[in-house]
Write a protein that binds this ligand. Structure first.
Ligand SMILES: NC(=O)C1=CN([C@@H]2O[C@H](COP(=O)(O)OP(=O)(O)OC[C@H]3O[C@@H](n4cnc5c(N)ncnc54)[C@H](OP(=O)(O)O)[C@@H]3O)[C@@H](O)[C@H]2O)C=CC1
Ligand SMILES: Nc1nc(=O)c2c([nH]1)NC[C@@H]1CN(c3ccc(C(=O)N[C@@H](CCC(=O)O)C(=O)O)cc3)C=[N+]21
Length: 135
């Protein structure tokens, strides 16, 4: 209740709905985008940071208020022959730095991505039940 939240990215897919959900939970929300001036200064005021820009390692440790909660939605693929599929994903947040400052942080990979897949399956099952009148 009453937390300051920063959402980085204003897309209809991630940034906008996330900011509406946060407001529903009584956060005071600031939305940052590619033309925002002093993003680091604004982000440093936030108790909650949700970032979905697709810019790898955009958010550095010194962008964060100590104890902030950080959710990294960004995924940027880079070639990596040592990985099974030939690439690996980099998030919006410099995890090395941010994990030393944040009280909680989601990694990339292993964070929002697998949750997205789990929720997609759960929502698909709900839709199928509705479609076939199962309760
Ligand atoms: N893990 C998951 O399940 C999901 C991950 N994603 C990932 O999230 C990221 C964003 O996806 P999506 O919203 O569809 O992408 P879009 O490209 O539609 O939106 C990106 C947003 O980030 C903003 N942005 C770009 N650069 C900066 C910057 N330097 N500083 C601040 N804001 C910036 C853009 O601003 P502007 O509007 O001014 O251009 C835009 O609003 C991608 O990496 C995507 O792969 C997306 C969906 C699900
Ligand atoms: N309308 C729309 N909906 C989306 O949900 C959507 C989209 N557009 N555009 C592209 C992004 C990207 N995205 C990912 C989902 C899961 C993982 C995921 O599970 N990744 C694994 C790793 C996978 C690997 O390394 O190959 C992880 O993060 O641990 C990644 C990325 C959904 N997106």
């Amino acid at each position: 209740m009453g937390k300051n939240a920063v959402v980085i990215g204003r897309s209809n897919i991630v940034g906008l709905p996330t900011s509406l959900l946060l407001q529903r939970h009584h956060a005071t929300v600031t939305i940052l985008h590619a033309l925002t001036k002093n993003p680091e200064q604004i982000t440093r005021e936030a108790d909650i940071v949700v970032t979905a820009s697709g810019v790898p390692n955009l958010v550095r440790g010194n962008w964060l208020k100590p104890g902030a909660v950080v959710i990294d939605v960004g995924t940027f693929p880079v070639e990596d022959p040592s990985c099974e599929n030939g690439y690996r994903l980099i998030g919006d947040v410099c995890y090395e730095e941010a994990s030393k400052v944040a009280s909680a942080i989601t990694p990339v990979p292993g964070g929002v991505g697998p949750m997205t897949i789990a929720m997609l399956l759960s929502n698909t099952l709900d839709s199928a039940k509705r479609a076939y009148d199962f309760t």
